[in-house]
Design a protein around this ligand. Structure first.
Ligand code: HEM
Length: 189
């Protein structure tokens, strides 16, 4: 939501997609998320730019191996810096900007390999499909039902706070009101 409120044209684009695909006569269902590609791009771009687990989880090498030209003996703790990979200017154009469009049409083959908010391989997050589905459903409903505004004219401060899952340093505050077109479906209280 913070990224969207700092980029209101992207919020409008997401709302237009939902209005076009779902309309105003029913609430977005969980099964609708797969029909909303731009909403999914927003989630992917948020996980790239504000990677929830920036160093993934610690791994241990089960055998001697070589990683990026470096010899890594068995039983070494190996950390993957997903945060840096997701912001590497050699891999991503304009890496510090919020641009969901970069994933439109699934993004380039290279980008698909480089986006790893849930890790990769055998120890990747088993909850990834559930998380993506629930994030899409929740965010989609918030966008479908409400008009959103920042509490002040200034951009929302995106500074990262302390903690293993990168909370915002300043908690998000927003204003919302039920969209007139959704009043019949959203209870007033
Ligand atoms: C936005 C939501 C989530 C994010 C960003 C996330 C991210 C991650 C990451 C980065 C890892 C470590 C992968 C690695 O080190 O290679 C992980 C592991 C794990 N996640 Fe998630 N996760 C999310 C939601 C969930 C949910 C909803 C569940 C369960 C329902 C879940 C269960 C697990 C488990 C059990 C592991 C350990 C897997 C293993 O060590 O084999 N996660 N997650």
């Amino acid at each position: 939501m913070a990224n969207l409120l700092n980029n209101s044209e992207k919020l409008k684009k997401a709302q237009d997609e939902i209005d076009f695909v779902i309309g105003h006569d029913s609430l977005l269902e969980e099964s609708d998320v797969s029909k909303l590609p731009y909403l999914q791009c927003i989630i992917l771009e948020t996980l790239r730019l504000n990677t929830t687990a920036p160093l993934l989880l610690p791994h241990v090498s089960s055998a001697d191996c070589t990683i990026g030209g470096y010899f890594v003996p068995r039983d070494t703790i190996v950390m993957v810096n997903a945060w840096a990979i997701h912001k590497d200017p050699q891999l991503w154009e304009d890496p510090l900007s919020f641009k969901p469009e970069r994933f439109e049409g699934n993004g380039s083959e290279k980008q698909q390999k480089l986006i790893l908010p849930f890790g990769l391989g055998r120890r990747a997050c088993p909850g990834a499909p559930l998380a993506q589905q629930v994030m899409g459903w929740t965010l989609g409903l918030l966008i479908q039902c409400f008009d959103w505004k920042r509490v002040s004219k200034e951009e929302i401060d995106m500074t990262e706070g302390l903690g293993t899952i990168m909370p915002k340093a300043i908690p998000l505050e927003l204003m919302c009101k039920v969209r007139p077109s959704m009043e019949k479906l959203v209870p007033k209280d």
